[in-house]
Design a protein around this ligand. Structure first.
Ligand SMILES: Cc1cc2nc3c(=O)[nH]c(=O)nc-3n(C[C@H](O)[C@H](O)[C@H](O)COP(=O)(O)OP(=O)(O)OC[C@H]3O[C@@H](n4cnc5c(N)ncnc54)[C@H](O)[C@@H]3O)c2cc1C
Length: 156
C-alpha cells in the first residue's frame, strides 16, 4: 500500500523542529529512523497531514558520557551498539541491542524512535522501565524530564 498524501518537512535544528510542532500541533508526525513509522504510513494506520523529518538535526545523534550517559533522540541503534560508553555504563541496553531487529533496521532505527513508538514488546521500553533512566521531552517554550513510569504513563 501507499501512504495517504502528506506534506514533508525537514528540520535542520531543534528550534526549527519545535516551531513546526508548535505551529501544526497534532497534525505533525515526527520521523526518526522511519522503521515503524514507514509501516504505519503505508498501511494508513496513521494519516498525518505533515511528516517532520529530524534526521538532519545532527546534535540529536550524539552520545554524551560523563556522570551519566545521555543519548540524543536520533542516536541510531547501530551507533549505540558500538558505543564504548553504553557498553561500559548502560549494561542492560548493551545486552539488549544485538537482539533488536537486524543490521538493516538497527542502521536506521533510533533509540528515541523506539521509545516514542512505545511498543509494549519493544526492548528499549523494557530497558527504560527497568533502569534509572529519564527521558527529556521538549515543546516550544518548555521542556520536561520524565522518569520511566511517568513517561509511558503520559504516552498511553
Ligand atoms: C523488521 C523489524 C524488526 C524489528 N525488531 C525489533 C526488535 O526485535 N525489538 C525492538 O525493540 N524493536 C524492533 N523493531 C522496531 C525498531 O526498533 C524501530 O526502529 C523502532 O521501533 C522505531 O524507531 P525509528 O527510529 O525507526 O522511529 P520511527 O519509525 O521514525 O518513529 C516511530 C514512532 O515514534 C515517533 N517518533 C520518533 N521520534 C520521535 C521524537 N523525537 N519525538 C516524538 N515522536 C517521535 C514517530 O512519530 C512514530 O510514531 C523492529 C522493526 C523492524 C522494521
Amino acid at each position: 500500500m501507499k501512504p495517504a498524501a502528506f506534506k514533508y518537512v525537514r528540520a535542520d535544528s531543534i528550534e526549527e523542529a519545535l516551531s513546526v510542532l508548535a505551529k501544526y500541533g497534532e497534525d505533525v508526525r515526527v520521523m526518526a529512523g522511519g522503521q515503524s513509522l514507514g509501516a504505519l504510513l503505508n498501511m494508513r494506520i496513521v494519516t498525518p497531514p505533515i511528516v517532520l523529518d529530524i534526521n538532519r538535526i545532527f546534535v540529536l545523534s550524539q552520545i554524551e558520557s560523563g556522570r551519566t550517559v545521555m543519548t540524543g533522540a536520533m542516536v541510531r541503534q547501530a551507533d549505540a551498539l558500538s558505543s564504548g560508553a553504553i557498553r561500559r555504563d548502560v549494561g542492560l541496553l548493551a545486552q539488549a541491542l544485538p537482539h533488536v531487529g537486524h543490521y538493516q533496521t538497527r542502521n536506521r532505527g533510533t533509540l528515541g524512535g523506539s521509545v516514542a513508538h512505545a511498543d509494549p514488546s519493544a526492548k528499549f521500553r523494557s530497558c527504560l522501565q527497568r533502569s534509572a533512566a529519564k527521558s527529556s521531552c521538549a515543546r516550544s517554550g518548555m521542556s520536561a524530564e520524565l522518569r520511566r513510569s511517568n513517561f509511558f504513563g503520559r504516552l498511553s
